[in-house]
Write a protein of this length. Structure first.
Length: 253
């Protein structure tokens, strides 16, 4: 392959990688911006009381009950494909589909045509009840902030890696076409993947310590440099003390 074609190839995939990285970082930024509102919504939901008005306005920030009729019950408890869905006959102000989160205690007892009572908060169907048996649904603001933050923190390192690598490929396409991909990309990819995996211990530890989203984000930020230091240490150790030193101004990451 000619130098010109190799250069064009690096510039092409570099541009694609940069765009993907930019898109990932944009989604992550939007997610981070949405976390404070999600925290507020969860707090307001947990403090919500029953509506004083018998006919509250749509999307009211208080708990109110509506009658509904079951259209379909879906229970699929397969390990890799769980689904616990309640579908209702369409009615104004009611969702037509509710994620029940599990089969009990109510969902497994329901049949098509049964009348149920749905408790609403804003546009969330938070509880479904029938004959004195109530089941909380998965359609609540609880833990929504954690989910949004986890997705954002997962996207940040991958997005940063793709954007940086793509921009570097576009800027240094001619040099890369001549010498090939820089070896440092492997370490940077490992750092990005390791930083993404840090989300798991972050939220596990945060749950034990009962940290909020701010504490979770700070804990993740503390773990990410540790991943970098470990990768640098491992790389230096694998190179050996007799290996040729790095060129001046170059870094492992």
């Amino acid at each position: 392959m000619s130098m010109r074609r190799r250069t064009l190839r690096y510039r092409t995939w570099g541009a694609v990688a940069a765009l993907l990285g930019l898109a990932a970082l944009t989604v992550a930024a939007l997610g981070l911006a949405a976390v404070p509102q999600a925290v507020t919504d969860e707090r307001q939901y947990l403090q919500a009381e029953t509506c004083a008005d018998a006919t509250p306005a749509p999307h009211a920030s208080c708990l109110h009950a509506r009658k509904a009729r079951v259209a379909t019950v879906v229970i699929r408890a397969e390990p890799k494909q769980e689904e616990f869905t309640l579908r209702l006959h369409k009615a104004p102000g009611l969702p037509w589909e509710i994620d029940m989160g599990g089969e009990g205690p109510l969902l497994e007892r329901l049949d098509v045509g049964d009348d149920v009572t749905v408790t609403l908060w804003r546009d969330h169907a938070v509880v479904v009840a029938r004959d004195g048996i109530a089941q909380e649904t998965a359609d609540t603001p609880e833990d929504e902030a954690d989910v949004i933050l986890a997705v954002a923190l997962t996207l940040i390192p991958i997005g940063a890696f793709l954007l940086h690598t793509g921009a570097s490929a576009c800027a240094g396409a001619r040099a890369w076409a001549d010498t090939g991909l820089p070896a440092v990309l492997v370490l940077r990819l490992k750092w990005a993947l390791g930083s993404t995996l840090c989300v798991l211990p972050t939220f596990a530890l945060a749950d034990l310590a009962e940290l909020g989203p701010v504490g979770e984000a700070l804990l993740w930020c503390a773990l990410v440099p540790l991943v970098r230091h470990y990768l640098v240490w491992k790389s230096v150790r694998s190179r050996g003390r007799h290996a040729r030193p790095l060129a001046a101004g170059s870094t492992l990451l």
